[in-house]
Design a binder for this molecule. Structure first.
Ligand SMILES: [Zn+2]
Length: 202
């Protein structure tokens, strides 16, 4: 009988349980007792290399995160369809009352590449329609410079955030800030995406 290969998920859980949990137990117990009240919501890409909690050095309870292909925010459009990202926004902004929403784009994004050249042939049921959310960015800057396109896609998501009436209202009232960033996987560097410039974070 061959030995059962170790499951990296279970091995990771055991490290968490033996090394992390004893140090973090009080924090988890307080979060369980009092509930979560994260200050920041992050919309990030599902890409396995771009974990917001790691990049921002955040502890459990600090970030309310939704991840999807290309870190996109679709325009506000309540209807009977299933809107996972919009539902997370509604929960974070209206129920948890986060003070900041961050859109975190990144370099070498497969979702942005799908927007530029089409999705992989094996993944056309949903990816093609989803990445169309970023089409205004493609129309504005083209696909010759992916770094520029990735930043512009973040700007499209930020503009779409402002189509949600309760986000626009909260931003107008000074209760909510909206920010864009791009993480470069190759260098580990973060840059802030503003409407007119990209600024490296020192
Ligand atoms: Zn991505």
């Amino acid at each position: 009988m061959s030995p059962v290969a170790p499951d990296p998920l279970i091995e990771g859980y055991r490290r968490f349980r033996s090394q992390v949990w004893p140090a973090e137990r009080a924090r988890y117990e307080a979060l369980a007792h009092w509930g979560q009240s994260p200050e920041t919501m992050v919309i990030a890409c599902s890409d396995s290399r771009v974990d917001p909690q790691t990049i921002f050095g955040a502890a459990p309870g600090e970030l309310f995160v939704v991840r999807n292909v290309a870190a996109l925010v679709p325009p506000y459009g309540p209807d009977s369809k299933l809107h996972g990202t919009s539902a997370a926004l509604e929960f974070g902004v209206r129920a948890l009352k986060v003070a900041r929403v961050v859109v975190l784009g990144h370099g070498r994004c497969g979702g942005v590449r799908a927007l530029a050249v089409g999705p992989p042939p094996q993944a056309r049921d949903f990816v093609a329609a989803w990445v169309e959310v970023g089409k205004p960015a493609l129309e504005r800057v083209g696909s010759s410079d992916y770094e520029r396109l990735e930043a512009e896609v973040v700007r499209v998501s930020i503009a779409n955030l402002m189509t949600f009436p309760w986000i626009a209202e909260a931003v107008g009232a000074g209760r909510l800030a909206v920010q864009g960033y791009r993480f470069d996987i190759h260098t580990g560097a973060l840059a802030r995406i503003d409407p007119d410039r990209v600024t490296p974070i020192e």
